[in-house]
Design a protein around this ligand. Structure first.
Ligand SMILES: Cc1cc2nc3c(=O)[nH]c(=O)nc-3n(C[C@H](O)[C@H](O)[C@H](O)COP(=O)(O)O)c2cc1C
Length: 310
């Protein structure tokens, strides 16, 4: 009994005052609303499930083709298909009740008002521990400019969400920017409690026989192992600039991949594309981190930002 408690505390991490039994979460959009994976993996062994991005109204997403495999990864242009916040609250969230892992809702909107309204609706939802804001969306009111690439727009979204909910706010940053530190500071000044990164890198694949883009939307988001070195570098830069905890992701498949992010400064990690190959991937990453911690006689908290340079 005592031994188990010690093992779990060696793995635990804290973000915005919330304790997670281990630092491994599922990445939004790659794990449905959690229960879809219930028959393939033990959700109780995750730190948290981050659900598919939610909008005010249900969305059908983009027309196909909307996914293509690329070397070491994939391009997707799903178009944020989701059931909408009301169906999530009524039908999806209650199914996750009683699990040992935490649940985080990921939200997105086309206007700042959308984000604020979503945060308000989720505010008192039983079983949610935090809201993650996806700011990699075009602001329709501003003619399509992407919230997450403009520090002023990003700060406005965070400020609006912050005012609309008592839940901890995690802001998910886009890698499609020149200097991630500018975005980190902007969202922190606007009141975010934590920062997660990276979302997908914009990419494109061409069908040379047809001389057409492979994806119906022409471009898509690149994810998977191919982006990991970029993601680790950006998390490291973000962690050095940040006052709040960092949640790292991008191409994590194994525990060693996840530890790269933690040692570079992340307090937790998310596993995304790897779950498409192995629905048990995130749980295996958590188990591998437990082995590492034991082998090195250390704790996750000690490992965070323990990178030696110079
Ligand atoms: C099919 C697919 C759907 C995604 N949907 C969302 C989403 O709804 N909201 C979001 O914030 N990120 C979304 N993402 C981005 C992932 O959460 C993650 O940031 C990214 O894929 C990098 O991690 P990975 O390389 O481990 O997949 C999606 C990614 C994929 C591959």
């Amino acid at each position: 009994m005592k031994k188990n408690a010690a093992a779990s505390s060696a793995l635990s991490t804290e973000i915005a005052g919330i304790k997670f039994q281990n630092p491994v979460m599922t990445a939004s959009g790659t794990f449905g609303y959690g229960m879809e994976f219930g028959g393939y993996t033990d959700l109780n062994r995750l730190g948290a499930v981050v659900v598919k991005g939610l909008s005010l109204k249900p969305r059908a997403g983009n027309p196909g083709p909307r996914i293509v495999e690329t070397p070491g990864g994939m391009l997707n242009a799903i178009g944020l298909q989701n059931v909408g916040v009301e169906v999530f609250l009524k039908e999806k969230l209650p199914l996750l009740k009683g699990l040992k892992c935490r649940v985080i809702a990921n939200i997105f909107g086309e206007t700042i008002e959308d984000y604020a309204e979503l945060a308000k609706r989720l505010d008192n939802a039983e079983g949610l521990c935090a809201v993650e804001i996806n700011i990699s969306c075009p602001n329709v009111k501003k003619g399509g400019i992407v919230f997450g690439t403009d520090p002023i727009e990003a700060a406005r979204v965070v400020h609006a969400v912050r005012r609309s909910t008592g839940l901890p706010v995690i802001t998910k940053l886009s890698p499609n920017v020149t200097d991630i530190k500018v975005l980190v500071r902007a969202v922190e000044d606007a009141g975010t409690d934590a920062v997660s990164l990276i979302n997908t890198l914009t990419g494109m694949a061409v069908d040379v026989e047809r001389r057409r883009p492979v994806l119906a939307m022409s471009t898509g988001g690149l994810s998977g192992p191919a982006i990991r070195p970029v993601a680790v570098r950006m998390c490291w830069e973000a962690a050095k600039a940040a006052r709040t905890p960092i949640i790292g992701m991008g191409g994590i498949v194994t525990a060693s991949d996840a530890l790269e992010f933690i040692i570079a400064g992340a307090s937790a990690v998310q596993v995304g594309t790897a779950s498409f190959i192995d629905p048990d991937a995130a749980v295996k990453v958590a188990a591998g981190i437990a082995d590492y911690v034991k082998r090195h006689k250390t704790t996750v908290r000690e490992l965070i930002g323990s990178l030696k340079t110079g």
